[in-house]
Design a protein. Structure first.
Length: 78
């Protein structure tokens, strides 16, 4: 998930314009913020941020997001 460093953000709007799912909220010359429920982790906003205010952080599973891993299927050779 993308995370914005509020101290480094200059409010240039680049990340907001780059995000295809409108997961970044902000206004010109104002601190921007990532809407965690919408961000799908594509990382495009990181590339356009000149002051390097955006970074990608891992999302730790919670009770509501954890799921059983899918089983590994091994195909038999003929
Ligand atoms: S691109 Fe970087 S500096 Fe510009 S608004 Fe987004 S987080 Fe802030
Ligand atoms: S990582 Fe992708 S989806 Fe998430 S805020 Fe950045 S551009 Fe939007």
């Amino acid at each position: 998930m993308a995370v914005i460093d509020e101290a480094a953000c200059i409010g240039c709007l680049r990340c907001m314009n780059e995000c295809s799912v409108a997961a970044i909220l902000g206004a010109a010359k104002q601190i921007h913020v990532v809407l965690t429920d919408l961000c799908h982790g594509c990382g495009k906003c990181v590339d356009v941020c000149k002051p390097n205010a955006v970074s990608m952080e891992p999302i730790l599973p919670t009770v509501s997001t954890w799921y059983w891993p899918k089983p590994v299927i091994q195909l038999k050779e003929a």
